[in-house]
Ligand binder design. Structure first.
Ligand code: PAF
Length: 264
């Protein structure tokens, strides 16, 4: 496994890879967990080369505090990547990625304004811009994204279609603890009591209860609820526990979704 932080060095390696060989790419912000491992294992199994990028992208954080607190766990990340048989870890520097001072951006004007986009203005512009830059550098055949960030996944699929990028976007199921809590880098910032409480999020999302009742129960348990909302036959929630923001979403079985539509 090779770790590369220079864009020029990576580009030279990329040019040396035969066009016959396929590249599977997993872009991340580090602080890797078993959810990332599932993406890396799939990328490893389906391609000749597996590339992981680790870049804490400043432009997608609308909260400076959140950016500064984002955990940096490089040694553990390298260990997980090596266990998943990654070939290359690409670690670009912010000055190199944003050599244009973020003057050029990718903006989507529909889906990116809902749910997460509404709560975090500018977030998806930052995500799409960095993913486009990384796609142009890595030039993967397939790229792997988790359904936990379902809105991000749809936006990246849409961007690939809109700009005729020849990349397969592979959706991977959310990995959960046995309690149901979706794995997230932010879980590391929760204490034991908060981890235990947070299992309620997925339990309520899959309960079939009406949205206002889910919200009420979460609030009773001390969560600050940003939204519980149905969209695209999935139920989404964003909550805060202490100063940690968590999101999750589940597919709504057809029957429940029809009932929920009528309730509205
Ligand atoms: O999902 C993430 O970790 C980030 O949004 C991504 C796709 C790596 C872009 O910075």
């Amino acid at each position: 496994m090779k770790v590369i932080s220079s864009i020029q060095e990576w580009q030279a390696i990329r040019r040396s890879i035969s066009p016959q060989k396929s590249i599977g790419f997993v872009p991340t912000m580090g602080n890797l967990h078993q959810g990332h491992a599932s993406l890396l294992n799939k990328a490893r199994n389906e391609n000749d080369f597996c590339v992981l990028s680790v870049f804490i992208n400043p432009t997608q954080f609308n909260d400076k505090n959140d950016f500064e607190k984002y955990p940096k766990t490089f040694e553990e990340d390298v260990k997980l990547a090596s266990d998943c048989h990654v070939d290359f870890i690409f670690l670009p520097q912010a000055n190199d990625i944003y050599h244009d001072n973020y003057l050029y951006q990718i903006c989507e004007s529909n889906i990116s304004k809902l749910l997460e986009g509404k709560q975090r203005p500018g977030h998806f512009d930052g995500v799409l811009t960095v993913v486009m830059k990384l796609f142009n550098l890595v030039k993967p055949h397939r790229a792997y994204f988790g359904e936990k960030d379902y809105q991000q996944l749809l936006l990246i699929k849409g961007m690939v279609e809109a700009f005729f990028l020849n990349i397969d976007i592979v959706a991977c199921p959310t990995v959960r603890l046995s309690s149901g809590l979706a794995l997230s880098s932010r879980n590391n910032r929760l204490n034991e009591e908060q981890i235990d409480k947070s299992k309620l999020i997925s339990q309520l999302l899959t309960s079939g209860l009406q949205h206002h009742e889910i919200r009420r129960q979460l609030e009773t348990q001390g969560f600050e609820v940003e939204y519980v909302q149905e969209w695209q036959k999935r139920l989404f929630a964003a909550v805060k526990i202490g100063d940690v923001r968590l999101i999750d979403n589940v597919k709504i079985p057809d029957l429940i979704s029809d009932i929920a539509d009528k309730d509205l």
